[in-house]
Design a protein around this ligand. Structure first.
Ligand code: PZK
Length: 296
C-alpha cells in the first residue's frame, strides 16, 4: 500500500479520496481553520476502478504543477481557489493551500468527444444528459459542438450518475446553472485549443465549482489526466476506445497474460513491474512538458 495517511504537523486530516487527501490547517489554538484546506495529491494511481498498490513516482507533483499551470491559463475566464503552493516540506510540490468554498453539489462535465459514460448513454437513448446527438456516432467521434453533461456527486466507491441540465437548474436555480454550464464548456474549449496545439486531444473534463459569496470560483484540480481524458492526437481513430495518454501502459499490462489478472475476477490487481511504472511516470512527465512547454 502506498502511503498510509500522512501525519502533517499543524494540519488535521479531513478526508481521503482514491488518490488525494484533504487536510485543514490548524490555527494558533489548535483548531481547524474554517477558511482554508490543503489539497494533497499522492502518487497513487487507479485503473479499472481499483487503486493500485504500486505508486507512480512524482505523479502527485506532476498533476499538482499541471493543475496550477492550468488555473493560470484560465484566470481570465474564472477566479480560482488557490491561495499558495508554499506548503510544508513533507508535501511541497504536490500540495496546494486553497480557499474553503461552499461547493456546488454537481460534477460539471463537458465533452468534446463521445466516449465512456456518454457513449453508453448515447447508444441507449441517442442523447447525452438530454442533449440529442446525430445518429451513427461511434466511440471516439468528435461531437458537433462541446456539450455540458453534468452528473451527481456520488459518495466514494459509487459512480456519478448523469443528470439532465434541468436537474441542475432545479438544484442551483437557472442563473447559477447557466453560469456553471457556460464556464465548464469555456474551460473545455480553452483546454482543447491549448492541448490540440501540442498534439494532445482533450476528450472531456470534469470540474468543480464553489461559491465565494455569490461569485462562482473554480476549485479542486483542473485539466489533469485524473480529471480529464487526454488522447495522443496522432493515434486518434474513432470506432474503438482510444489509447489513454497516461494510463495505457498500465491498462495494457494489467489486461495482458503477463499480469495473471483479469478485470472480471473482482480480485485486487497485482503490483506493477518496474518498467510499467517507469513508462507510466514518463507519460505523466511528457504530458506536463508538452502541455506547459516547461521542463518538469
Ligand atoms: C473540497 N473536495 C474533493 C479534493 C480530496 C477530496 N476549495 C474547496 N472548498 C471546500 N471543499 C473543497 C474544496 C476544494 N477543492 C474538494 N472535497 C471538498 C477533494 C482533494 C482531495 F480528498
Amino acid at each position: 500500500m502506498p502511503d498510509a495517511t500522512l501525519v502533517l504537523p499543524g494540519y488535521a486530516h479531513v478526508y481521503s479520496g482514491k488518490v488525494r487527501d484533504l487536510y485543514a490547517p490548524l490555527d494558533a489554538g489548535g483548531e481547524p481553520r474554517p477558511d482554508r484546506l490543503l489539497l494533497v495529491a499522492s502518487d497513487r494511481i487507479s485503473a479499472y476502478d481499483f487503486v493500485l498498490d504500486t505508486p507512480i513516482p512524482d505523479k502527485g507533483e506532476v498533476l499538482t504543477r499541471l493543475s496550477l499551470w492550468w488555473f493560470a491559463q484560465l484566470e481570465d475566464l474564472v477566479p480560482n481557489h488557490v491561495v499558495t503552493a508554499d506548503v510544508p516540506d513533507a508535501v511541497r510540490g504536490r500540495a496546494v493551500l486553497v480557499e474553503r468554498l461552499d461547493m456546488l453539489p454537481v460534477e460539471c462535465v463537458a465533452r468534446a468527444y463521445l466516449t465512456g459514460g456518454g457513449l453508453g448513454e448515447y447508444t441507449a437513448t441517442g442523447a447525452v444528459s438530454g442533449i440529442p446527438l446525430p445518429a451513427g456516432l461511434v466511440d471516439g467521434d468528435l461531437l458537433p459542438e462541446p456539450i455540458f453533461t453534468p452528473s451527481t456527486k456520488a459518495p466514494m466507491g459509487e459512480h456519478d450518475e448523469p443528470i439532465h441540465y434541468s436537474v441542475v437548474e432545479g438544484q442551483l436555480g437557472g442563473a447559477l446553472a447557466a453560469r456553471v454550464r457556460d464556464l465548464t464548456v469555456a474551460i473545455l474549449e480553452r483546454g482543447y485549443e491549448i492541448a490540440a496545439a501540442r498534439g494532445i486531444l482533450l476528450a472531456d473534463t470534469k470540474v468543480e465549482f464553489g461559491l465565494r459569496g455569490d461569485e462562482v470560483v473554480l476549485a479542486d484540480e483542473v485539466l489533469t489526466p485524473d480529471s480529464s481524458r487526454f488522447w495522443p492526437a496522432d493515434q486518434w481513430e474513432p470506432g474503438h476506445p482510444q489509447p489513454s495518454f497516461d494510463k495505457q501502459y498500465v491498462r495494457d499490462w494489467l489486461t495482458s497474460s503477463a499480469s495473471g489478472w483479469s478485470k472480471a475476477s473482482g480480485e485486487t490487481p497485482p503490483s506493477l513491474p518496474d518498467d510499467v511504472v517507469g513508462q507510466t511516470r514518463a507519460k505523466y512527465v511528457e504530458a506536463y512538458e508538452r502541455l506547459t512547454g516547461e521542463t518538469f
